[in-house]
Structures are given as structure tokens and as C-alpha cells.
Ligand binder design. Structure first.
Ligand SMILES: [Zn+2]
Length: 115
């Protein structure tokens, strides 16, 4: 560890070490060292934060990740192949746009762009 970043935690905006940021983990307050998943998969981190009731600013990212995981499962069940990375990135973009549109007030609502 070389330094700490003030307001650097992507979840709580608290202080975080550069080491945890490089490993794409939230700060120790949000995700204590003993709770750290061995795989450090983002969906595992989301589940732990949700179970501890400490999911804050990462919540929209976790919601999109959950929908993308569901998309992969449905895609695999229907077509019997895994989606390509391009198809996964399109799905992520689609879910992000829908999430952002749901946050807009009704008078500013618009149709999502295709690209
Ligand atoms: Zn934090």
C-alpha cells in the first residue's frame, strides 16, 4: 500500500487504500478484510454488501450486474450458447439506459437511443 484516497470508496465515499482500489474493492468499512470474497467477482461483492445492508453508491452498478447475469442465463437457455462480449456490452448499455431513464422525471423522459 502506497497511499490512501480521501472520498475514494466507490460505495460510501470514505477513505480507501490504493491497494483496494486496484483490486476493485470497496473500503474496509464497507467490506471488511475477513468478508472479502476469494474470487473478488463483482456480483459476490454486491451480494455481501447487500446482505450487510451497506450497499450505497454501488447499488445501481449491482442492479445492472444482476440483470446482465440474468441476460446471460436466459441467452444460454434459449440459444444454448454463451453471449459474446459484444452482446454482453450491448446488454449492459441497454440496462444502464433503462435505469437512467427510470431516474429521470417524467417530463424529461425520452426514448433510449439504439447506439
Ligand atoms: Zn466504503
Amino acid at each position: 500500500m502506497l497511499f490512501y484516497v480521501a472520498k475514494g470508496c466507490p460505495n460510501c465515499k470514505g477513505i480507501i487504500s490504493d491497494e483496494r482500489l486496484a483490486k476493485e474493492l470497496p473500503c474496509k468499512k464497507c467490506l471488511p478484510e475477513k468478508e472479502r470474497p476469494s474470487l473478488s467477482k463483482f456480483s459476490d461483492i454486491c451480494e455481501i454488501l447487500h446482505s450487510q445492508n451497506s450497499l450505497k453508491d454501488l447499488k445501481p452498478f449491482c442492479e445492472v450486474e444482476k440483470k446482465v447475469e440474468l441476460f446471460k442465463k436466459v441467452f444460454k437457455n434459449i440459444l444454448n450458447i454463451f453471449p459474446s462480449s459484444l452482446q454482453i456490452s450491448w446488454a449492459k448499455r441497454f440496462f444502464w439506459e433503462n435505469l437512467l431513464l427510470s431516474l429521470l422525471p417524467l417530463e424529461q423522459e425520452k426514448q433510449p437511443s439504439v447506439f
